[in-house]
Structure formats: C-alpha cells, structure tokens
Design a protein around this ligand. Sequence first.
Ligand code: CTP
Ligand code: MG
Length: 233
Amino acid sequence: MGDRMNGVTAIILAAGKGSRMNSSTKKQFMELKGKPMIWYSLFAFEESPVNQIILVTGKEDITYCKKEIVKRYGFTKVTDIVAGGAERYESVANGLKKVNGDIVLIHDGARPLVTEEIIERCIQGARENGACVAGMPIKDTVKIVGTDNIIEATPDRRKVWITQTPQAFQYNILKTAYKNIRTATGPSITDDAMVVEQYTDHKVRFVNGDYCNIKITTPEDIKLAETLLENKR
Ligand code: CTP
Ligand code: MG
C-alpha cells in the first residue's frame, strides 16, 4: 500500500437490516422531515473538515444510494459506495479497504443528529490520542441484570458512559485491530472501540458527544428525532 494521504476519511454505515424498527422501508432510508435518514449524516460530514466519505450499504441498495442520495443531493465527498456485511464489524472492514486518509471516523447512519462540533472533537481526539469515541456520562442509574430480572450489581454511575458515534482512529491502529479480529472466532462486536480495546494495546478515550446525538433504533425514536431536528439551529 502506498503513502497515506494526510487527511480524514469518514465511513458511514447504512448496511443494517433495522430489525428493531419493524418497518417495510429500511430505517436508514425512512424519511425524517422529508429527507431519507442517511441524508442527515452525509450532510453533516459533507459540511465538516472531512476529506473523503465512504458509504457502506446493502448490496441491493447501492444503486439507490448512488442515484437517489449521493447524485440527487450532490454529495461531492463520497468517493465510494460499497456493500456491507452481515455484522456491523464486517461492514466496517469492507469500508476500510477504500480509506485514503490517515484518520478514520466511523459513524452510524442511524445517528442523523451528529453535528460538525462532535465531528471536529473526534478528529482532534484521534490526532491527539490515536483512538477516541463520542459519548456522554449516563444520566440514569444502570443495573446489571440476571435471570428473572434479578439485579446483580449497580455500577458506579460516575463510571458509566453511553457510547455514540463517530468513533475516530489513526488508520494504522484501526487497521491492525481489524486484522486481528479476522482470526478470532465468533466475535460479538457492537462498536469499533471494542475492537481496538480488545485487539490492540491502545487506550481509547471518550470525547464529548451530545445527549441529542441519539441512535434511531425503535419506532418511538423517529418522532423524537424529528423534534430534535426541528429544534436544531
Ligand atoms: N450496520 C451496518 N451493517 C451491519 C449492521 C449494522 O452497516 N451488518 C449499521 C446500521 O445500518 C446502522 C449502524 O450500523 O447505521 C448501527 O446499527 P444498528 O442501529 O444496530 O442498526 P441495524 O443493525 O440496522 O438495526 P437492528 O440491530 O435493529 O437490526
Ligand atoms: Mg444492529
């Protein structure tokens, strides 16, 4: 592989099935205030200092994304639209193959409320620390629960954060981490920080996300997202 560009690449994930949404349209393409959900993430990154955007979507949705989203709305930073995999980490691995930059941001297409400020904090965090994720201290008390809803433990609330995206990394760290999981068996990996935590020696640091940077997961999140989008300046 040749020299890495001194630049920032965003991988935007839209290859999920959205099973918890229970909708005939995949959640990443459902309309929020008249635009497909994925538009909001693409717009935020297009307006940010990011140099390259890689969109990962279902094989069957590549043509739709190319014509009805990237071309139609004129997103000029999208260089590649690639097919995802069955698991989130496989979608990330497919996107990673097209990365030009030396800093990589991975973002859930199901988080339309991401802002330029969060994106900039993540880029800075990756430059300074090598690996960082957007998140916020939890507001509710969290319990660890066993069978029959029996509470087993109450972690110290001050030590519990909710994890958001973007998650940002120096390319080499992320590449090494993803290379290492390929040999492991049956990983149940729900975010990229886990991959770096478990498969490299690098420490991952939180930077502030935003309590409004929610992930759209279930039907009630749609109304909430529309309200939050309306109130966004
Ligand atoms: N994602 C992906 N490839 C996968 C699984 C998830 O690109 N194989 C993306 C989703 O499109 C979403 C983000 O990762 O933007 C976060 O995942 P999640 O919210 O869990 O979305 P889904 O997996 O689509 O939903 P569900 O888990 O309810 O099926
Ligand atoms: Mg999922």
